[in-house]
Design a protein around this ligand. Structure first.
Ligand SMILES: NC(=O)c1ccc[n+]([C@@H]2O[C@H](COP(=O)([O-])OP(=O)(O)OC[C@H]3O[C@@H](n4cnc5c(N)ncnc54)[C@H](OP(=O)(O)O)[C@@H]3O)[C@@H](O)[C@H]2O)c1
Length: 340
């Protein structure tokens, strides 16, 4: 069993921690918290070991949470750390991971040079095997890469143009906006997402644009991919149907919005209403010669969770891409084919 620590227990960290608890080959040795808030209390009540900064022990004990030790002890006790701290904080922790000679998985909010490799399981798992530091790319980039690498099974991808409508904040974030505006973000083209895709697929001709929208549920992508060969729509549907982590949603069931997708996740009683699969609107798929257009929704809070699990196995050199992806998909109930 690999001993895994999660440093940073917020939107991503808590989901990765729960996913680790479901893996047959991993043990969650604990998580870190710097504030004794509701997330700390609920994790503590679930029996998860909470490690805190040395100077915060008293504060946690007063809140009814008995720390298992310090954050340094958490790192020392682990084989590998999943760092899910806020943007830029992970790079600061790298010094400590290095000091204790621990492998680490970073998130997409860190700069690419924090790690030996930027990672997307369906694209470059095997290149990440035995890499000490791996960065799982952001939610938007994970969705782009999963889709592009899946399309490349049909024909070589020559060119990608994508427009990203980003959710303004996660549902729990009360101080972020905008609440009544559509803002190009960034207001320059290409947006940083293209460069991030290139951190995994070098030299791909890709241009992305992004706008931030007042919603918290999901992102939406509008993709235009030029392939080397002419393809039929049925080839695209077939490859999407046969690739786990991408799921089709048919308009015949009246689910044409992110709101309805979240309702489906609630009705299916998925953990935290999560949808880690890329949700492709089937009727949006349009093919003209060698050009494929499609629209899909991305659940930003959960899409990177399976990639974090695979990145742990890749970094520890445990198994091949196919083996890891299969175990991750089975343990997390990840679908292929149709959402419903
Ligand atoms: N949210 C998304 O949609 C999303 C999607 C994909 C990737 N990511 C990336 O994932 C990373 C984490 O993002 P997130 O959305 O999960 O952030 P988040 O919800 O703010 O969680 C980060 C957690 O880290 C903790 N923290 C803050 N300072 C810390 C420190 N010095 N040491 C240890 N813990 C500390 C905070 O909790 P306490 O201080 O209370 O302990 C906070 O809850 C970022 O790189 C982000 O870009 C986010």
């Amino acid at each position: 069993m690999i001993k895994v620590a999660v440093n940073g227990y917020g939107t991503i960290g808590k989901r990765v921690a729960d996913a680790i608890l479901k893996q047959p080959d991993m043990r969650l040795i604990g998580i870190s918290k710097t504030t004794p808030n509701y997330e700390a209390l609920i994790a503590y009540r679930k029996g998860i070991n909470i490690y805190v900064p040395q100077q915060s022990f008293k504060k946690f004990e007063e809140a009814g949470i008995v720390p298992a030790g310090s954050v340094e002890e958490l790192i020392k006790n682990a084989d590998i750390v999943v760092d899910a701290t806020p943007n830029g904080v992970g790079a600061q922790y790298k010094t400590i991971y290095r000091q204790f000679d621990r492998n680490a998985i970073f998130q997409g909010g860190e700069k690419a040079d924090v790690a030996d490799i930027s990672f997307s399981a369906l694209c470059n798992y095997n290149d990440a095997i035995n890499k000490k530091y791996i960065r799982v790319v952001s939610c938007n980039t994970t969705a782009l890469l999963r889709t592009i690498c899946t399309m490349s099974k049909v024909s070589r991808v020559e060119k990608v143009r994508a427009t990203i409508v980003r959710r303004a904040a996660d549902p729990k974030e009360v101080k972020k906006g905008p609440i009544n505006s559509l803002s190009p973000d960034p207001a320059t083209i290409p947006s940083h997402h293209a460069k991030d895709v290139n951190s995994v697929i070098k030299n791909l001709d890709i241009i992305t644009m992004a706008v931030v929208a007042p919603t918290t549920l999901m992102h939406m992508h509008f993709l235009d991919i030029t392939l080397k060969d002419r393809v039929d729509k049925k080839d695209i549907i077939e490859v999407l149907s046969n690739t786990p982590r991408l799921v089709l949603i048919s308009s015949k069931y009246d689910a044409n919005s992110t709101a309805e997708l979240m309702e489906i996740a609630r009705d299916l009683r998925r953990d935290r209403n999560d949808i880690p699969e890329v949700m492709v609107f089937e009727d949006s798929i349009y093919v003209k010669d060698n050009e494929v257009m499609l629209m899909y929704a991305v659940h930003q809070e959960s899409i990177v969770v399976p990639e974090n699990i695979d990145a742990i196995r890749a970094s520890m050199g445990l198994m091949s891409a196919d083996e890891s992806i299969k175990i991750t998909n089975t343990s997390l109930g990840i679908l292929k084919g149709y959402l419903i």
